[in-house]
Design a protein around this ligand. Structure first.
Ligand code: ADP
Ligand code: MG
Length: 602
């Protein structure tokens, strides 16, 4: 008997919906993006009960013909790409033709739509993929789509939704991501009959202030400096906060070609540019827009599309860091150093003046700010060796904690190879270095190194697994089961082999080689808790959480005595990380007892 059969479309769509529509916020995102792709100049969003009962989007875009109105809800129906080739030159936000099919599989949808050239419009009503009504109607030009009772037929999903407050916050976050790149479009956002946002058309700056310029968010554009760097590879513009206006809670936004993105690596570039300028628990706020040839990025990684892979991330890292440093340096040093007249200094960042001539910027992809300056550099001989000192800002008024002073060249790899090294109280590695005596937290240092390795392994889907002789059993409550299912592919690619035993338990057959048998179960549970509590929705965030948890569990503990080689290896690898002074949670890894502090003691 044949046992393979094709899934009915309604079932296939429900499965796909699990990927694309995870919560009301993802549904809203898809709808608003469609309106913008349709060229709307005015978009109204009307929400009830944080999107559980109603999500409505009304636009004045191009509308659809009668035929298209029906086709739009079919899977892989899109007007945006025709062939695989088109994927590489994407300029629209949507392109998979999955969103509407997914939404109508898990909700009750009613849409009216009309094109300018048609006298009448179309009304179509679909409940859980079944078309219940399609008729001619009279309606304004554009599209009005109403999504009611989201997940009415998927109880598990409904159960997985958080409180109205949290879901509303998610809706607004998604909304900000979009409206920040479309300042010329007018938007309103209404929740339970209350107008939460009214955004009129204007500039990017005005849009940022209209959203965040309130006492609660405290983002006023006067607190920012502009960055603007054009190179052959990429254009980077936007606003970064002046160091003295930074706070503990930051607004951090990256956009690429009109799309919001998360990019932990580029975040590090910005943080590195600020190092030494902010008190330890402060974060820089920024709104940074990248423009790059569509061929140089790959947005087709995940349906929720916040992950974006760049062809040349290392080079962009440097351009970004230089660009932010330049903006901050210019701002703090403006009265003392005039970049435009000090012609002898050939800094690889275009100034305003030569930007007009579009210089070809030469970039050294091997450049690493933590490596010694005189190897591999492409700067001409006349460049002063210490050009980077131009970028270091004068000491701010407040006293910086010692752990963030002197962020540059604290530990040179050559020094690490040759200088004495000791272990102190089984917890710290001690090493004399150029500025004093460095204290390195052995557990955090090793965890930071491993975290980076795990992230790489996750991205490359290659990691070493050890088979467990006696499988452990993981029992989970309903909520965690849904979560675990979403995490499974990533957990697998990092070395967990899991098999579902009963509806709410899994057998652990294999674990990452770096873990011990005893730590397998607690690590998995810790990963789930972390992901659940941090409310991470994107794969990048899951991966970071997984990598972080694994690293914390696998890293050498405090209290373990280390050989000299082990200590040297840890420090050598540590200083190669893009940012090594603090770990991902902001905890200090390296602290410096300066020579000055030491001599003061005598
Ligand atoms: P995608 O956006 O990936 O193409 P969707 O499922 O989101 O897929 O939409 C399918 C198609 O329906 C779109 O390609 C577009 O032609 C049409 N469409 C959807 N929403 C709108 C809208 N608000 N105005 C005009 N056309 C729309
Ligand atoms: Mg779409």
């Amino acid at each position: 008997m044949d046992i393979i059969h094709l899934l009915p479309d309604s079932v296939a769509n429900q499965i796909a919906a699990g990927e694309v529509i995870q919560r009301p916020a993802s549904c809203l995102k898809e709808l608003v993006e469609n309106s913008l792709d349709a060229g709307a100049k005015r978009v109204q969003v009307i929400v009830r009960d944080a999107g559980r009962t109603l999500l409505q989007v009304i636009d004045d875009g191009c509308g659809m013909s009668e035929m298209d109105a029906r086709l739009a809800f079919e899977r892989h129906a899109t007007s945006k790409i025709r062939e695989a080739q088109d994927l590489f030159s994407l300029r629209t936000m949507g392109f998979r033709g999955e969103a509407l099919a997914s939404i109508c599989a898990v909700a009750q949808v009613e849409m009216t739509t009309r094109r300018a050239e048609d006298e009448t419009g179309t009304l179509i009503e679909i409940h859980g993929s079944d078309v219940v009504r399609q008729e001619v109607c009279s309606c304004p030009v554009g599209t009005n789509i109403k999504v009611s009772n989201l997940f009415f037929n998927v109880p598990v999903r409904r159960k997985f939704l958080k409180s109205d407050q949290t879901e509303l916050r998610n809706l607004l976050t998604e909304f900000y991501h979009i409206v920040l790149v479309y300042p010329k479009v007018t938007f309103t956002f209404v929740h339970n009959d209350e107008i939460l946002l009214e955004l009129t058309a204007g500039t990017e700056k005005q849009r940022i202030e209209a959203i965040f310029g309130n006492p609660k968010r405290n983002v006023y554009t006067s607190a920012f400096v502009e960055i603007n760097t054009e190179t052959e590879l990429v254009t980077i513009r936007g606003f970064v906060i002046k160091p003295e206006n930074a706070t503990r809670k930051a607004e951090q936004y990256f956009f690429v070609n009109g799309r919001f993105m998360k990019h932990p690596y580029f975040l590090k570039a910005v943080q590195t540019a600020y190092s030494g300028m902010l008190p330890s628990d402060f974060q820089p706020s920024f709104f940074i827009y990248f423009d790059i040839a569509p061929e140089a990025i790959d947005v087709n990684i995940h349906p929720t599309k916040t992950e974006i892979k760049f062809a040349d991330e290392q080079t962009i890292f440097q351009i970004l860091m230089a660009s932010v440093r330049e903006a901050l340096g210019k701002f703090t040093l403006a009265p003392t150093i005039d970049f435009d007249t000090q012609g002898a200094i050939d800094i690889p960042v275009p100034t305003d003046k030569n930007k007009v001539q579009k210089p070809q910027m030469s970039i050294d992809p091997n450049y690493n700010p933590f490596k010694s300056r005189n190897t591999n550099t492409i700067y001409p001989d006349k460049t002063p060796r210490n050009w980077e000192s131009l970028y270091t800002t004068p000491k701010p008024e407040y006293n910086l904690p010692t752990d963030i002073q002197d962020p540059w060249n604290l530990l040179q790899p050559e020094e690490v190879e040759s200088c004495p090294i000791w272990q102190y109280r089984g917890k710290y590695i001690l090493m004399p270095c150029s500025g004093g005596l460095a204290f390195i937290h052995q557990h955090r240092a090793h965890a930071a190194i491993m975290r980076e390795q795990f992230i790489e392994q996750l991205a490359a889907s290659q990691s070493a697994m050890q088979q467990l002789l006696f499988p452990e059993v993981l029992e989970l409550p309903q909520d965690d089961l849904v979560l675990l299912e979403q995490l499974l592919p990533d957990l697998r690619s990092i070395g967990f082999e899991l098999e579902q035993l009963t509806p709410n338990s899994y057998a652990i057959h294999g674990i990452p080689a770096q873990l011990t048998n005893q730590s397998a179960l607690p690590t998995l549970q810790h990963i789930l808790t972390q992901v659940r509590e941090h409310g991470s929705h994107s794969q990048v965030e899951w991966r970071e959480q997984i990598a972080q948890t694994l690293a914390e569990n696998a890293a050498i503990p405090s209290g373990k005595s280390l050989t000299e080689e082990e200590m040297r290896e840890i420090v050598t690898k540590l200083v190669q990380l893009p940012a090594y002074r603090r770990d991902a949670n902001g905890k200090i890894i390296v602290s410096l007892l300066t020579d000055e502090e030491i001599s003061k003691k005598f």
